[in-house]
Design a protein around this ligand. Structure first.
Ligand code: SAM
Length: 335
């Protein structure tokens, strides 16, 4: 067998050094752009165990991955998640263990996540109006999430960032309030264009689309924005700006209006162990069958990952006007 490379380079010369690892497809919220109201979740036996998730993380870090984001679904509702976080926090070569969460469990868990080695948190927050927040999340409680964000700030993570998906006619009037909320706490905020993942009937994605350029103009009219960094590297897909006199950075994630595929350094693993090479393509490789093979060895898993990266697509093609081509919802993808 060929020797395994020390790093993952795809056919377009992009170095894959960032893994988004989904630890559950279940969630205590049902955000209207992310899930349908009635969802069918992956049956338990098909979900990777914590030990299997650790093997996946270990294989990737041994292949040069420096950053792992735990996500879902809601990662903090996976039973015994802290034991996985603790083990990943000790993986040699892993520089950034980070997490995306809806914040509902952070009052209880923020300090322990920090102690286990999580460096940064992204927390989703689409509205500061309790009724609107409930509508957008279907089940969420705004006070609980804000208290969770404050617990994260108090726990002293390297960075805390608010993620907001902005939908026209729903929450675009809250963009400046969300920036203020972040400024008051000295944390970052990023605005995400909605992506056509999964079939939803709750709203028309074409009508609700709000471009990053529009939001940037709206914010820039109140707070002058100075460009800081383009998508790529360890910062992920956001384009960041600073406001004079504030530590807060404002980011824009623009999968429609500012394609960042040529800088893509990421892959995802779903909770059933499907390695997704691109958020906007169905290319995937089944790692679970490798993990559950009677002759399983870590080297075999690493070989499967190396071979998979060789088919990473060049770019995604999102079109809100068409029927979604990607039928998996974001919760199943690992957002
Ligand atoms: N439960 C966690 C949370 O709420 O952040 C992690 C999983 S969630 C799927 C990760 C991120 O994906 C959230 O910031 C969410 O707003 C975003 N997201 C979900 N569906 C999306 C879509 N269709 N387009 C854009 N962003 C989406």
């Amino acid at each position: 067998m060929d020797t395994l490379p020390a790093e993952l380079i795809d056919p377009f010369d992009r170095r894959v050094e960032y893994l988004r690892l989904s630890v559950t497809d279940r969630c205590d919220f049902r955000c209207v752009y992310c899930m349908a109201e009635e969802m069918t979740f992956v049956p338990k036996p098909e979900i990777l165990t914590l030990e299997e998730l650790e093997q996946v993380a270990r294989a990737f870090t041994e292949l040069g991955v420096k950053k792992i984001r735990l996500t879902g679904g809601e990662p903090l509702i996976r039973t015994n998640i802290l034991s996985l976080v603790e083990r990943l926090g000790r993986l040699p070569g892993l520089e950034q263990l980070v997490m995306t969460t809806n914040g509902s469990q952070l009052q209880r868990l923020a300090g322990r996540l920090r102690d286990c080695g999580v460096k940064r948190l992204n927390i989703s927050l689409d509205s500061l109006n309790p009724r609107k927040f409930r509508h957008l999340t279907r089940y969420g409680n705004l006070d609980q999430v804000v208290a969770g964000i404050d617990a994260a700030v108090a726990a002293g993570f390297e960075r805390v960032k608010i993620n907001a998906v902005i939908l026209r006619g729903r929450n675009e009037d809250e963009v400046l309030d969300l920036v203020e909320f972040a400024r008051e706490r000295g944390i970052d905020v990023a605005f995400i264009e909605e992506m056509p993942l999964g079939h939803i009937v709750e709203h028309d994605r074409q009508l609700s689309f709000c471009s990053s350029a529009e939001l940037r103009d709206m914010i820039g009219a109140r707070f002058p924005l100075e460009f800081v960094s383009a998508p790529g590297g360890s910062e992920g897909p956001a384009r960041y700006y600073r406001m004079p006199g504030s530590d807060t950075r404002v980011g824009f994630i623009s999968p429609h209006s500012d394609n960042f595929c040529h800088l893509c350094n990421r892959v995802r693993v779903t909770v059933e162990g499907r390695l997704l090479l691109c958020l906007g393509n169905e290319h995937s490789v089944d790692l679970r069958s490798v993990l559950r093979h009677p002759d399983y060895r870590l080297e075999g898993l690493k070989r499967a990952i190396v071979d998979a990266v060789a088919i990473k697509p060049e770019r995604h093609h999102f079109d809100n006007a068409a029927e979604p081509q990607i039928l998996r919802f974001m919760n199943a993808t690992g957002g």
